[in-house]
Design a protein around this ligand. Structure first.
Ligand code: HEM
Ligand code: HEM
Length: 189
């Protein structure tokens, strides 16, 4: 096991976090869209938002670990075959994805705590409410939350298509090094 990132691949911790967080985000997107359609008498009416909020807070912890780890163990550098456009667009997309994920968690927190109630994480611990304005806060945060959710999904799909293009068309090591396989830069077109 190589936990740390190195110059020719992402390490296992960054890879684990990348894929767990990606799957969780798509799951949260589906769960969010579904749960707002539930009627009051549905047995999931309370359970689904509890699950959505609990997973959301755990995702925040995973994201904090991910950013701190990125700082302790920097990611591999750009492949020499990447164009100037690829380097800039990848860097911008990655920064945007990080910002959008933190923002969606924050707006979710604002929706949930608008009435002054804390967020309980599976009953294990609670995140207290800080800003609570039962007025427009939940509606506004809810609207932004939905926009952020679509932005993350669309941007991450573009990001995934770019990764697949590198793998199948350029045939370089971009995707391989996010799969735990070393991808030495030499020999790459
Ligand atoms: C981390 C990624 C997250 C994603 C992708 C996500 C996605 C969504 C989506 C798509 C909806 C449906 C919005 C609508 O149709 O109006 C939703 C609703 C909601 N989310 Fe999230 N969410 C996330 C995190 C969170 C977090 C961390 C919390 C709270 C701590 C939260 C609390 C809520 C609440 C309370 C609603 C219901 C809003 C309403 O009743 O209109 N979400 N979420
Ligand atoms: C919601 C889903 C996703 C999110 C939020 C996401 C986010 C990110 C972020 C922030 C990075 C930069 C990592 C860093 O250096 O700090 C990254 C890298 C990467 N992602 Fe994703 N990702 C998602 C889904 C996917 C999918 C579905 C694929 C492939 C089909 C993919 C392939 C890659 C690859 C290959 C890299 C490494 C790029 C490089 O070497 O610079 N990602 N992803």
């Amino acid at each position: 096991m190589q936990w740390r990132n190195s110059k020719d691949r992402y390490g296992h911790l960054a890879i684990l976090l990348h894929w767990i967080i990606a799957i969780t985000l798509y799951g949260m997107f589906g769960l969010g869209l579904w749960m707002v359609t539930l009627g009051y008498y549905d047995s999931w009416y309370h359970k689904a938002p509890e699950l959505h909020k609990s997973i959301g807070i755990l995702l925040l912890l995973a994201m904090i670990i991910r950013v701190v780890w990125r700082w302790i163990s920097p990611p591999p550098p750009a492949l020499s075959s990447w164009s100037h456009f690829t380097r800039i667009s990848a860097a911008v997309a990655h920064i945007l994805l990080y910002l959008l994920i933190f923002a969606i968690i924050f707006t979710g927190y604002l929706i949930s705590t608008a009435d002054g109630k804390p967020v309980s994480v599976f009953g294990w611990f609670e995140v207290p409410a800080t800003f609570s304005d039962a007025g427009a806060q939940a509606d506004l945060a809810g609207e932004i939350h939905l926009w952020l959710a679509w932005s993350i999904v669309l941007l991450s799909v573009a990001h995934a298509l770019a990764a697949l293009k590198h793998h199948f068309i350029n045939k370089d090591g971009t995707l391989r090094r996010m799969m735990g396989k070393p991808s030495p830069d030499h020999g790459v077109k």
